[in-house]
Design a protein around this ligand. Structure first.
Ligand code: SAM
Length: 399
């Protein structure tokens, strides 16, 4: 849809069509990464999650090496059911396929070496129903070889997705920092937790942070309770999520000041929303009705949830940091700030476009991402800062 003017009438129509009061409550219907494979798609903007996977790969492989092997003893001797692996929050693109390949191959080699068996494997690609499963299935069928049967499982990982004791391994990579909903109080004008003037919680007032932290606690517990039912005894739950070190209070979601200044959810994003308000394209209420449903947990918060849930033993748990991009890339962008702005805008499009569009509609979403791009490419101080993403990696065994 293209809307040529910003007249009152046009804005009224856009509001009716695109500002459903309850979009925050129905988040599971709209939250997803941008599908397809154009420049603003998740498939083309998933380098940071790919680096996170590379960083934690040794931990995942070690966990698989020490995992219990599963057998059925029948009349013909030792046998096995299929081995079943789920990727929860798989999105589209290369990362999920590479992860499943890695898990299957490492298990296959172990069974061959240790008991001369060739198990069958089933891989479940799970994400919210709004995920672009079509792109994922196309990539799956384009693979030259595949040692597993594949299925898509639409649904929220904050609910049950599988029958009891179905899974041997569940992984969830760069997904659990997405909350099940925006806390109601944060978008309630009458509440002290109303998050006025910000798109996210980093640096927000205490009540906002508390509301997010409470939601995060509930979500983590719901997630674990469901996986406790679904994973077989001896099976593995491997989680990698955006996180913060324990020493950092929740209002400081991102750590060092450079990361806070430069993170795509913070300053430039708030400025872009303010630009739309200043230009009369949206009113303040519309701006304040939008919040990013993400929360970076501390190690302690994750550990407490695991202990409270029971049924899992933490085998290993670490906080790690990764650099946003390489030194070469940074030098390239310093010479060409416009391409830097474009790259960063594509990154936020890939991550936020579906939820921004549910709130604003396509035309105003385009305007927002354009303002973001302009803001980022014109702030030269940002270009010289290096930012770090924090992640928490946990390997837990179902006991
Ligand atoms: C940043 S992507 C990570 C994708 C992939 N795991 C990777 O490492 O590239 C996060 C994914 O989590 C999914 N997600 C967020 N909340 C979810 C939920 N409640 N249930 C299932 N998937 C969810 C999103 O739809 C998105 O596809």
């Amino acid at each position: 849809m293209s809307i040529p003017t910003k007249s009152e009438a046009a804005l009224d129509i856009m509001k009716k069509e695109y500002y459903p009061e309850t979009w925050t409550g129905g988040l599971h219907r709209v939250l997803c990464m941008q599908g397809g494979d154009d420049d603003g798609s998740y498939a083309k903007n998933s380098e940071a999650p790919a680096s996170a996977i590379t960083l934690c790969k040794p931990m995942l492989l070690t966990a698989i090496q020490s995992m219990k092997l599963f057998f059925n003893n029948n009349e013909e001797g030792a046998d096995h059911d299929s081995l079943r692996i789920a990727d929860l929050g798989c999105a589209t693109g290369y990362n999920t396929l590479a992860t499943i390949d890695m898990v299957v191959e490492s298990l296959r080699l172990r069974y061959a070496k240790e008991c001369s068996l060739e198990p069958e494997f089933e891989a479940f690609f799970s994400d919210l129903p709004s995920n672009d499963f079509n792109s994922l299935f196309k990539s799956l069928s384009a693979k030259k070889s595949r040692n597993y049967y594949a299925a898509g499982v639409p649904g929220s990982f904050y609910y049950r997705l599988f029958a009891k004791r179905k899974l041997h391994i569940a992984v969830s990579l760069s997904a659990l920092h997405w909350l099940s909903q925006i806390p109601d109080a944060v978008v309630d004008k009458a509440s002290p937790a109303w998050n006025k003037g910000r798109a996210w919680i980093d640096g927000a007032k205490e009540e906002v942070v508390e509301a997010y932290a409470k939601q995060s606690e509930k979500d983590m517990e719901d997630f674990l309770r469901c996986r406790k039912e679904e994973i077989l005894q001896g099976g593995i739950l491997f989680m990698l999520m955006g996180g913060r070190p324990g020493s950092q209070p929740p209002e400081n979601q991102l750590g060092d000041p450079d990361s806070r200044a430069k993170h795509p959810f913070t300053n430039s994003m708030d400025q872009a929303w303010q630009d739309l308000v200043n230009e009369g394209l949206i009113d303040e209420e519309t701006r304040d009705g939008f919040n990013i449903p993400a929360y970076m947990r501390s190690m302690e918060e994750v550990e407490n949830a695991i202990r409270k849930c029971g049924g899992f033993e933490i085998q290993r748990m670490e906080y790690k940091t990764l650099v946003e991009h390489s030194e070469d890339k940074q030098q390239e962008w310093i010479k060409d700030p416009v391409s830097y702005g474009r790259a960063k805008a594509n990154l936020v499009r890939a991550t936020l476009r579906p939820i921004v569009e549910a709130h604003l509609g396509p035309y105003l979403s385009d305007q927002l991402f354009k303002r973001f791009e302009e803001r980022v490419s014109s702030d030269f101080t940002l270009l010289h800062k290096t930012i770090f993403y924090g992640v928490i990696v946990v390997c837990a065994v179902r006991i």
